[in-house]
Design a protein around this ligand. Structure first.
Ligand code: PMP
Length: 286
């Protein structure tokens, strides 16, 4: 089955899907995006992702080209046409096509909507979770609005590649005061000596992860306390456990930071327990 993507009202072969070289996202990374998990053919936490998309659009004065009903239909159509049982849908909205100029395109210029679906290897993801991942710490050199899910991801991409070059999977970004904000494509968590989950407050310094938000409910049901406060790399290295969250990684245990083992170098029971519980809590689309 050939892969099908959605581009501005049309379903096209993924390999032939294209936007203009005058598209604002190509020229300025002037766009926003979302990544939603597909689990058992259903979209997970769709409402939260679409709410965040709307917020990103509002913050950047972007108008979505289709309403929520249409967008939901497009996402379902992509899942169906691509026959994805486990994977993700990616959707991106850009400020549209206009002759290159920093000023916004003239009013009424249609915004671009692109979406596609990816299949993922569940067994490989589970094996990864059972082994745990390594992270490195790097300075957070992003702009001051990472709470907006913008496609301007150059610092994130550079950090992620540096992590890979170091033999790690993720980079934890550290602000100027020495506190971990989040990962290059995930939220960062530790389990402190009292067994409480600690994560950076959801202010403008991090992306308010949809997986992160869902964890509050799961933790409460397991009588686990969550404390939203900043933590340093030194504190993280001494933590009982560490993990990351995101729609692509779910809850993923961290077993080393900057080459130093966390919690004996094996995934901890809290992280693995939260991972196992996740789909029992996160709502799936009808
Ligand atoms: N922070 C960043 C920088 C991310 O790119 C992501 C992944 N989208 C997350 C956090 C996690 O967000 P979510 O749980 O909504 O996938």
């Amino acid at each position: 089955m050939s892969r099908i993507a959605y581009v501005n009202g049309r379903y096209v072969r993924h390999s032939e899907a294209a936007v203009s070289i005058d598209d604002r996202a190509f020229l300025f990374a002037d766009g926003i995006y979302e990544v939603i998990e597909i689990f058992g053919g259903k979209l997970i936490d769709e409402a939260g992702h679409l709410e965040r998309l709307n917020r990103s659009a509002r913050e950047l004065l972007l108008k979505l080209p289709v309403g929520e009903r249409a967008l939901k239909l497009i996402l379902r159509e992509l899942v169906a046409r691509n026959g994805v049982a486990y994977g993700h849908v990616y959707l991106q909205v850009t400020r549209g096509v206009a002759r290159r100029d920093h000023f916004f395109p003239k009013a009424g210029t249609p915004t671009t909507l692109v979406a596609f679906a990816h299949r993922s290897d569940r067994a490989a993801a589970e094996a990864k979770a059972q082994a745990g991942i390594k992270v490195i710490s790097l300075p957070d050199i992003r702009w001051k609005r990472p709470d907006i899910k913008s496609t301007s991801l150059l610092p994130n991409v550079l950090a992620k590649q540096q992590a890979k070059d170091f033999g790690a999977y993720e980079a934890w970004l550290v602000d100027e005061e020495g506190f971990v904000t989040e990962g290059s494509s995930s939220n960062a968590w530790i389990v402190d000596a009292d067994g409480a989950l600690v994560t950076h407050p959801a202010d403008s310094g991090i992306l308010r992860g949809i997986t992160r938000a869902r964890l509050f409910e799961i933790a409460a049901a397991h009588q686990i306390r969550i404390v939203e406060r900043r933590f340093t790399v030194v504190e993280a290295k001494a933590a009982r456990e560490a993990f990351i969250t995101g729609a692509t990684t779910l809850v993923m245990p961290v077993v080393a930071i900057d080459g130093e083992k966390i919690g004996g170098g094996a995934p901890g029971p809290v992280a693995l327990g939260l991972r196992a519980a996740f789909h029992g809590f996160a709502p799936a689309s009808e």
